[in-house]
Design a protein around this ligand. Sequence first.
Ligand code: NAP
Ligand code: ZN
Ligand code: ZN
Length: 347
Amino acid sequence: MIQAKGYAAQTAVSELAPWAFERREVGNHDVQFDILYCGICHSDIHQVRDEWGGSIFPMVPGHELVGKVVKVGAHVTKFKVGDLAGVGCMVDSCRDCECCKDGLEQFCASGASMTYNGYEQDKKTPTYGGYSNTFVANEKYVLHVSEKLSLAAVAPLLCAGITTYSPLRHWKVGKGHKLAVLGLGGLGHMAVKFGVAFGAEVTVLSTSPAKEQDAKKLGAQKFVVTSDKAQLQSVQGYFDFILDTVSAEHDLSLYLSLLKHSGTHICVGAPSTPAQVHAFSLIMGRKSLAGSLIGGITETQEMLDYCAEHNIVSDIELIDIQNVATAYERMLKGDVRYRFVIDMASL
Ligand code: NAP
Ligand code: ZN
Ligand code: ZN
């Protein structure tokens, strides 16, 4: 076994703290890379605090990992020692069901192996995430990362990037569309970047008036403070799509009223409590309420290549791992500009 170290939560109410654990030896099809940077996703907070239920402890969070390959298995063809590598939210899946064959491994019928807070495909070996020094995964689930971009700022693409890229591609959002991005945090700021790159007119709907300048710098044409009734009124029936990245309970019916007829509200944010929606909010105007989960492995590589080609990275605040609790507190207050990334050299 490989001796690894990281930060783990021992229970849903304990702080993250240093923890030593083991990872598997590098198998024939495995890649081992030393983690250089790991982004902090709001899903880390939900899971560390067991807000979705079923959390597995001890938990080493982190599913936005990038680093340098230090060892490859005998049959590995995709990577060599010294290459940059990234891992997102998944490390394996059955590879045989319809979803896996369609490149939608995140919906694997028998359950994808999530990068942490999950189990390997044997359904009993726990997975440990990226708040740690080194990682081992099957090469199929490891992504190539461009040498051209700032590596720390690439890390968030592995979750925040693909989670916003994938639905915008699926619903073919682009020129001629009015896109609202609800919530300007880690996912939201990537959604603005992609929406603008794909040619849509982007509006940010935010609870934080102080983020207006940033939203405009990111390329948004409009900024609407959602607590301001007059501002909300000005965009009634306006949008073709809303990409909802909000992490906490919010009133979907309120936002559905901002859609044009036949518009689509896409949930990617995952609050811990269920939302209430009146059927009339959908019936009137033939509106759709939809959702999306990260993206498949091929699409994740496509997104990383697209970002390299178009020079797209995340706007980050680099922190030492000792400050992770403060980063969580700031995210809970909506005070993130716009992704915290852990510099693993601090471990
Ligand atoms: P984040 O960086 O903390 O951003 C969330 C943003 O939502 C905040 O910055 C804030 O933006 C807004 N917000 C927070 N509380 C709100 C409230 N009560 N009402 C309205 N707006 C509120 O979080 P993130 O990392 O982007 O993740 C967002 C959500 O997506 C989380 O629930 C996470 O678990 C989920 N997620 C889902 C997937 C998927 O595959 N579907 C993948 C990754 C993450 P403003 O200040 O602009 O209002
Ligand atoms: Zn995430
Ligand atoms: Zn499958």
